[in-house]
Design a protein around this ligand. Structure first.
Ligand code: NAD
Length: 254
């Protein structure tokens, strides 16, 4: 850590203290990237995970902040860039479902405008806030962004209407940002199906089995599977931009 050279690549991962974000932080740091792990201030997992990864010799620092707060998200990004000394990669991964239990697309009566606003604010506008704040540093480095969308946002899988809309927005924003930041910065998205993370840990077994039954590859998608694709899009895909890659073990083509 202390021996890193000034040319070390740098990354910021939002929602980095658990699940897909944590797998991204870990894989990037294992490749020698200096990583700022964003986490909610109130989330004790953030400092704990940073300490655990640093104890393994990985160059990870904490970037506390909430992507749903106008101004707060930008301040978090700017502080992370200052601490890192620049930025090569941004992973816009923070997201919420808004409810403890998954809401099926048909359950309109469970959906109110507060849920709409919360989901759009975090899942969609949060992506834009962080990308906008990071754009000058990413342009300077010739960097890359990956956003976490969802198969629900591609019309491929049922989900609550506002969650699906927020993630459709992420697919669309990915294309807009790719155009707006070209040719300096590549911008892509991943669209996971059902992934084994804290997000889905308490889902009914029947829902998990239903996904598995539809999948062509007969195991649950792991956070590490998604992170591998994110790291590839960031570091190894010089001619890919504006794209959304589905990672669902073939669930939505079966
Ligand atoms: P997770 O709950 O482990 O991770 C989400 C992280 O985002 C948490 O650490 C949470 O604290 C953080 N977060 C939430 N709101 C935030 C905010 N306002 N500011 C900063 N951080 C915030 O779940 P996960 O499965 O790893 O989810 C990561 C992303 O993957 C999400 O965007 C989610 O929509 C998407 N996704 C997940 C699945 C799945 O099945 N797990 C499928 C498709 C897409």
């Amino acid at each position: 850590m202390e021996n890193r050279t000034d040319t070390a690549r740098t990354a910021l991962v939002t929602g980095g203290a658990s699940g897909i974000g944590l797998a991204c932080v870990t894989q990037l740091a294992q490749q020698g990237v200096r990583v700022a792990m964003n986490h909610l201030e109130e989330d004790a997992q953030g400092p704990e995970q940073v300490a655990r990864l640093r104890a393994q010799g990985l160059d990870v620092i904490a970037a506390p902040g909430n992507v749903s707060i106008p101004g707060g998200a930008e301040r978090m990004v700017e502080a992370a860039i200052a601490a890192l000394g620049g930025l090569d990669y941004l992973v816009n991964n923070a997201g919420i479902s808004g409810t403890r239990d998954p809401i099926p697309a048909s359950a309109l009566e469970q959906i109110d405008e507060d849920l709409w606003m919360a989901l759009l604010n975090t899942n969609l506008i949060g992506v834009f806030r962080c990308a906008k704040a990071a754009a000058p540093a990413l342009r300077a480095s010739g960097g890359a962004i990956v956003n976490t969308a969802s198969t629900a946002g591609m019309g491929l899988q049922g989900s609550s209407t506002p969650y699906a809309a927020s993630k459709s927005g992420v697919v669309s924003v990915t294309r807009s940002l790719a155009r707006g930041l070209a040719p300096d910065v590549r911008v892509n998205a991943v669209a996971p199906g059902q992934v084994a993370t804290p997000w889905t840990a308490n889902w009914p077994q029947a829902r998990k089995q239903a996904a598995l039954d539809k999948m062509l590859i007969k195991r649950h998608v792991q956070a590490e599977d998604v992170a591998q694709t994110i790291v590839y899009l960031l570091t190894g895909a010089p001619m890919i931009t504006g794209q959304t890659i589905v990672i669902d073990g073939g669930m939505t083509v079966s």
